[in-house]
Design a protein around this ligand. Sequence first.
Ligand SMILES: Nc1nc2c(ncn2[C@@H]2O[C@H](COP(=O)(O)OP(=O)(O)OP(=O)(O)O)[C@@H](O)[C@H]2O)c(=O)[nH]1
Ligand SMILES: [Mg+2]
Length: 440
Amino acid sequence: MFEQLSGRLEKMMKFLRGEVAVTEKNMAEALKMMRLALLEADVNYKVVKDFEARIREKALGEEVLRGLNPAQQVIKIVHDELAAILGGVQKPLLFSSRPPSIFMLVGLQGSGKTTTCGKLARWVAGTGKHPLLVSFDLKRPAAQEQLKTIAASLGLPFYEMTAARMVAPREALKELQAHAANRGFDPLIVDTAGRLHVNDELMDELRLVRDILEPVEVIYVGDAMTGQDAVRSAQAFEARIGLTAVILTKLDGDARGGAALSIVSATGRPIKFVGIGEKPDKLEVFHPERMASRILGMGDILSLIEKAQDEADLAEAEEMARRVRRQEFTLEDFKKQIRQMKKMGSFADLVGRLPQAGPFKGLAKAQVDEQKIAHFEAIIDSMTPAERADPRLLDGSRRARIARGSGRPVHEINQLVKQFQELRKMMKSSSVQKLLGGLK
Ligand SMILES: Nc1nc2c(ncn2[C@@H]2O[C@H](COP(=O)(O)OP(=O)(O)OP(=O)(O)O)[C@@H](O)[C@H]2O)c(=O)[nH]1
Ligand SMILES: [Mg+2]
């Protein structure tokens, strides 16, 4: 799904990661890469323009979030904006307070309406509901059969509708509604006919069904592989019948993403599900945020961002920074830092999150492995509070005692003390103190 777009955006992110700071110049370069990636993916031109403008504004105006380097900051902005144009938060299906809730699926010929009726029925049945399937595609006799077969294969009920009954549509539809209500079916999933193009006959027919049934969801089913055509026809359906939601199908194919990335802003309607295959189980709830992460291929980065945003971590980090500022940083703090690192994942991850410049430059090379961190922790645990507060107390006999207590060799204890002293020296340096200057 969206492989090409993903690949191109990943290139942009790689470029940004190699940069130390966000500048007008490298942002312009990154934005150009992004613009080409989106246009290539057949995203609507206007959507791309607005997207780019918002990212430029935010990226150049943003305060750097603690724990994220500037490139990651920009990547986070791109991710959030991508999630926003995909619709923001996930929007669940609406259900009517007076059952049956009616879901009417509309769209062009071959977009996947009938298949999606089956998938959707299966999905809602999985949530404990009792869906009833009905088809209003009356011109093609095979259409009724198609949905009937799907219903049978899923073990779900199907309601037979005929052209003869639809001669008096109002009565036929009221009868159907009563049938569903009396038997406790909810929702009623309504398949409709498709046309090659939007035309008056189809729209009149759909409007009639809509007016009588008053569906709680009018769902546009669009073939993602048709890109901007799917978007344009969605706009026509929205203008002429009114939509409440969108389901994009065939995202398993070589869809370039253009439809998904344009349709929400073009119609103002959320994408609620996506079809990712022909089989009845190939329907996924659409989560804009997750889709954005998937497109950017950055699940790992996001979880780091989440951790960095964790309030508790922030508070602790600030307190630690204050202690460094006041030059009160002790081995006890060092241990806390180590614990924090363990919580955040590997040390390499942590180093990757620091700006690779200034006082932190050398750190990337200080590849401390996880096992070593555990050993350091054991050593510090074997010290007395006084020793932790002032490692100058650590003479030979104390070091020997700590070695016995922690089960680590003396040279490792020496190494830890040395690293701690180097760290403290670095923390006293004017550049670090300047960085922390805002803190009291
Ligand atoms: N790969 C893939 N194929 C799909 C998906 N959804 C539907 N299809 C296929 O698309 C074709 C058309 O699907 P239908 O459900 O018959 O489309 P329709 O909108 O009901 O078509 P009409 O009734 O003729 O307007 C079928 O071959 C489906 O198997 C999907 O998510 N992925
Ligand atoms: Mg059909």
